[in-house]
Design a protein around this ligand. Structure first.
Ligand code: MN
Length: 259
């Protein structure tokens, strides 16, 4: 085991503090609990799986959740295993084991944070975004990762109406029945991926001008250009750390930026 890594390079307490600032102890606790519960299930499924494609999906999903809680090293291990298996190759020897071991350390770390009393009170955040219940714009959130859906609905739910979809197929059906003002579309979805969903949306004449923002866990150089070229209106990388950025993007696209 590479004990040479400092604690801070493996896990990022600042990300937990971001969650705390975003939604107080309630959000922090529910994110951590949801992460631990689901990750335990994902790891059991990963350990039992012999199908590389299924393993790659589990790793992708787990990676996204790891980034939300600041489990940096575990996210890295997931990404390495995701890339190793996504083309159908079997996992490298010991990779699943290493992931399980790091998970146990992450679990201890999160449980410790949950037991420690809140260090600082969260800023009064809702106050600077007055709740405008008369006519809230509706955002369709298409995201298969439950942790990310929870986080996004806490961040956005006071300002916008949120309709959640867990797959591209469900989103296409729902969106054509009830038109939202904007779509936040995860690029990596099981089955139909975000690019397929975007293409299908744009084929519908009524939806040609619907603003669609790509959400992605792959923050890579040149991504923004690539997604804009594909027809997305904007691009946001996950997890959301800078709340103001996402509000600015959404309000800009809704044509209601007033500052
Ligand atoms: Mn996804």
């Amino acid at each position: 085991m590479d004990k040479g890594h400092s604690e801070s390079s493996r896990r990022d307490p600042a990300q937990l503090e971001t969650l705390f600032q975003q939604g107080g102890q309630v959000l922090l606790a529910s994110m951590c609990e949801s992460f631990l519960e689901r990750s335990g299930q994902r790891l059991a499924a990963l350990s039992a799986s012999t199908d590389p494609a299924a393993m790659a999906r589990i790793c992708h999903d787990l990676k996204t959740s790891c980034r939300i809680v600041g489990a940096r090293h575990l996210a890295q291990l997931c990404e390495t295993l995701e890339y190793a298996t996504e083309n159908g190759s079997p996992p490298p020897a010991g990779a699943v084991q290493e992931l399980n071991e790091e998970y146990l350390q992450v679990r201890d770390w999160l449980e410790e944070r949950l037991q420690s009393p809140a260090a600082t009170a969260p800023e009064e955040d809702a106050s600077d975004r007055p709740e405008d219940t008369n006519k809230q714009p509706v955002i369709a959130l298409v995201e298969d990762n439950p942790d990310n859906r929870l986080l996004m609905s806490v961040i956005l739910g006071q300002t916008y109406g949120i309709t959640e979809y867990t797959s591209g197929e469900k989103a296409l059906q729902g969106i054509s029945n009830s038109l939202p003002d904007l779509v936040l579309l995860d690029v990596s979805l099981p089955g139909m991926d975000g690019l397929d969903v975007l293409k299908a949306l744009r084929e519908d004449e009524a939806l040609v001008k619907l603003p669609v923002v790509a959400l992605t866990a792959h923050a890579m150089h040149g991504d923004r250009e690539r997604f804009l070229e594909a027809g997305f209106d904007e691009y946001i990388s996950k997890p959301i750390v800078d709340e103001q950025l996402i509000f600015d993007i959404i309000d800009g696209l809704l044509g209601r930026s007033e500052q």
